[in-house]
Design a protein around this ligand. Structure first.
Ligand code: ADP
Ligand code: ZN
Length: 360
């Protein structure tokens, strides 16, 4: 199987790519995880579709396999659900030798990982992401956690899994809107890495939208490779890792101000358009590159404009983001296509003009 590796100070772990769950046995063996207990954590949408399959495939490799299902959705991403996981762990005598598997989207992976990181001060953990967003972003890099009160992901840890197993076939059941939102994060990797990647997406957009294995595998693997490279150099966001936040400064503010009625990826699409607008005005990306980005976002039905909020609201919201230091906004801009840099040196006027570019 052709896998790639994420290297961090504490460990090096593989990401496997496949279009079924068959290879997961080999992944368990290769990483020396067989013989233990396995606790699969999944959500109420994914459970009925995939949990049995994963359980059946792995049953012979583990002493026993448990499945815990929580209610799907961001509303479950809190400490109460984590507390339910801990109770389940206690009831089933989950010990240091148990492996926790997060089978689902980003919400599931973040919570399963947080529980695995904290229960008994850390037990084995594997990621089996089933949304495009989780496959190209949240399952790689070790950020785990939950929301608290109205703040997203403010309780958490860095906890790297023992492996990530990406079965692209799971994307066949993913609702189209969720798939397209994941495409926003996929598209993001072009401007921050290389124009060749954007060209590949543009040339294969129909195959990707049709969820054809070879095209999907190519793009997902490339995104993981880029993310793995960035995370390997900067696990805890001391600098380089920030480039992954391309489009997120304005995107997050929109996401919060719209009361999470838009999906994260949809807001990233809006945020990228806004930032591209700054780069276009600065002359660091061309009109052609700008148009190309917009047409890709449009192809995947991502929003290019929104109404119902004002530029002032978005602007003030940006200062409330947990990433803001010393009351200074930080943006990832492009020196040229494929060459991102992080800066706090962006005028208020430029920011307003970028925000206005996405308001209707
Ligand atoms: P994300 O990965 O986008 O951060 P979630 O974990 O909330 O967010 O997943 C988005 C939605 O898609 C949830 O309702 C989840 O139950 C559902 N879902 C996840 N994976 C699949 C899948 N492979 N098929 C169908 N629905 C899925
Ligand atoms: Zn994101």
């Amino acid at each position: 199987m052709n896998n790639i590796y994420v290297k961090t100070k504490e460990k090096k772990y593989p990401i496997y790519f496949a279009n079924s769950f068959n290879g997961i046995e080999k992944a368990v063996e290769e990483n020396d995880l067989s013989g233990r207990k396995l606790c699969i954590i999944t959500d109420s949408n994914v459970s009925g579709i995939y949990a049995q399959n994963v359980k059946d495939t792995l049953e012979k490799y583990f002493e026993s396999v448990f499945v815990y299902t929580f209610d799907a959705g961001e509303k479950s991403k809190n400490l109460n659900t984590i507390s339910d996981f801990y109770s389940f762990f206690l009831e089933n005598h989950i010990d240091r030798k148990t492996v926790v598997a997060g089978l689902g989207g980003g919400v599931c992976g973040d919570m399963a990982g947080f529980a695995a990181a904290t229960y008994l001060r850390g037990i084995k953990f594997i990621q089996i992401p089933t949304t495009l967003l989780a496959q190209v972003d949240s399952s790689v890099g070790g950020k785990v956690g939950v929301d608290f009160k109205n703040s997203k992901n403010i309780i958490g840890a860095f906890y790297q899994p023992d492996f990530v197993y990406i079965n692209t076939e799971t994307l066949n059941t993913l609702p189209e809107r969720e798939f397209n939102a994941g495409m926003a994060e996929v598209i993001k990797y072009g401007p921050i890495y290389s124009h060749n990647f954007t060209e590949y997406i543009a040339d294969n957009k129909k195959a990707i939208a049709d969820r054809e294995y070879s095209a999907l595998k190519h793009v997902i693997k490339k995104c993981c490779k880029i993310k793995a490279e960035v995370v390997s150099k900067d696990e805890k966001e001391g600098g380089l890792r920030e480039i992954l936040n391309f489009g997120h400064t304005i995107g997050h503010a929109i996401e919060t101000k719209m009361n999470f009625t838009l999906l994260h990826g949809e807001c990233v699409a809006l945020g990228m358009k806004a930032v591209f607008n700054i780069c276009l005005k600065r002359g660091t990306v061309s009109q052609k590159e700008y148009d190309e980005l917009l047409s890709l976002l449009e192809y995947f039905n991502l929003p290019l404009n929104i109404s119902g909020i004002t530029a002032d609201e978005i602007y003030s919201q940006m200062f409330l983001d947990k990433k803001v230091k010393n009351n200074q906004l930080s943006f990832v801009l492009l020196e040229s296509y494929g060459r991102p840099f992080s800066t706090t040196n962006v005028d208020k006027e430029e920011i307003y003009s970028a925000i206005n570019a996405v308001l209707r």
